[in-house]
Design a protein around this ligand. Structure first.
Ligand SMILES: Cc1ncc(COP(=O)(O)O)c(C=O)c1O
Length: 430
């Protein structure tokens, strides 16, 4: 292997074209999608119901609802938990925007909790301090495919009578102890968008074991109607509903992909194991962890740069960006997932969600509902440090890429981190 970094003109460590695109498509996918097309029941068709049931069964839930996004499913969770105007809901300070905006969608107020640096998940030891008299629920996000310690979360929730929503949008198949995520809390949301471990293009699922919650979520899902579109509809809005239904073509694709899901999961675990073994002694790299009792799905293999090992005293994120460019030049598709921590996003800081101060100072939730709630990024230093030094990758870990791809990716990491002293952000980031 050439030791000259590809970003400076050396030969890339990962041969061009060797990393295959996600998701793998075969004749099962083609047949099921074409059958759906020919069937011409593209809205509320048989695949929508079947996929929801099959997904719930695969995950170990009694009920499932197929949605057009993970965000819709999250909003359904908030509603199903009985959260209302002016209530407070706790959520991690570092995630996708809609892990927190789903709370505002139901007129409630997000209260952020800093993350634990090792797991990148909500710091469970900081949850209790964030509870207010208005707190009704906690959204835990199993970020990048690593489950939150659900025993600790449930203990706090029981003590304070809080509902628990699992944002499992990135965590298909991940486990805490002997159970998959999405079976621990009151209800959960999955995403099936392009990047996710089950991809339908766009889509998601709401799951729960509780019949009342299923019914509340189903109402929100389809225009506030009580009967599902698979029953005879009366087209009456019994409550405020949205339109979060997924379509039959997408569901058919999901069903086909689900048949291959266990194989996908196995590939991710094997590829993750190669990277963990090869990279664990690489200086300057902080690898993702998999604490005892947790089964990671390696959705996103997220590392951090150990700035103390770099000799760089400037802006950490600039150095990180230069390392990423060097890895990209070696043929590794790494990227920054979220540059902004949630409390720094304008929608929260400016409290501009619905305008007129809602939900923070709405007459509806009580003008005092948001009293004292401020979003100051400086109060979440761990999340901030993570966001400045992390980078992640998804595709190289996914089927059909096998361990031979993971080995070449590991070669690239070793090459770049073996040459950290040559990483010059001023040269690389023009
Ligand atoms: C943690 C998390 N929550 C929620 C979502 C929202 O999912 P969707 O894009 O399907 O609405 C995502 C999607 O990227 C996510 O990563």
């Amino acid at each position: 292997m050439s030791s000259k970094l590809a970003v400076y003109g050396g030969k890339p460590a990962v041969p061009q074209g060797s990393i295959k695109a996600w998701p793998p498509i075969d004749d099962t996918d083609r047949k099921m999608i074409l059958d759906s097309l020919e069937n011409r029941q593209l809205a509320c068709g048989p695949n929508v119901k079947a996929f929801a049931e099959e997904w719930a069964a695969w995950n170990g839930n009694k009920h499932g609802i197929f949605t057009n996004s993970g965000t819709g499913a999250l909003h359904m969770c908030v509603a199903a938990c009985g959260v209302g105007a002016g209530d407070h809901v706790l959520v991690t300070a570092y995630s996708w925007s809609s892990s927190a905006t789903c709370i505002i969608h139901h007129n409630a107020i997000p209260i952020f909790v800093d993350i634990d640096f090792d797991t990148i998940n909500i710091d469970v030891d900081k949850i209790e301090a964030a509870i207010t008299p208005r707190t009704k629920a906690i959204v835990v996000v199993h970020l990048h495919g690593l489950a939150v310690n659900m025993e600790k979360v449930l203990k706090i929730a029981r003590k304070h009578n809080l509902k628990v929503i699992e944002d499992a949008c990135q965590a298909h198949g991940a486990m805490f102890k002997d159970r998959k995520v999405g079976t621990w809390g009151d209800c959960a949301a999955f995403s099936f968008n392009q990047n996710k471990c089950l991809c339908t293009g766009e889509g998601g699922a709401f799951v729960t074991n509780n019949e009342e919650m299923r019914a509340a979520a189903a109402q929100l899902w389809s225009f506030g109607e009580v009967r599902t579109p698979h029953e005879s509809r009366d087209y009456h809005a019994y409550a405020l509903g949205w339109m979060y239904r997924g379509n039959d073509l997408t569901a058919a694709f999901g069903r086909a992909q689900l048949k291959k899901m266990d194989g996908y999961f196995k590939a991710q675990r094997e590829n993750g194991a190669v990277l963990n073994r090869r990279l664990k002694k690489v200086k300057g790299l902080i690898l993702p962890t998999e604490p005892k009792g947790h089964t990671h799905n390696w959705y996103n293999y997220t590392s951090r740069i150990d700035m103390a090992d770099t000799g760089w005293s400037g802006d950490a994120s600039r150095f990180r960006d230069a390392v990423m460019k060097a890895l990209n030049a070696e043929g590794v598709p790494v990227g920054v997932w979220q540059r902004f921590i949630l409390p720094s996003m304008t929608v929260f800081r400016a409290k501009n969600a619905y305008g007129k101060g809602c939900p923070w100072s709405c007459p509806l939730g009580g003008k005092e509902a948001g009293k004292g709630v401020e979003y100051d990024p400086a109060k979440f230093p761990v999340a901030q440090k993570h966001s400045e030094t992390h980078f992640g990758m998804t595709t190289p870990l996914r089927a059909p890429n096998g361990t031979e791809v993971a080995e070449t990716v590991a070669n690239a990491f070793e090459k770049v981190f073996g040459n950290l002293d040559k990483i010059d952000p001023d040269k690389i980031l023009k």
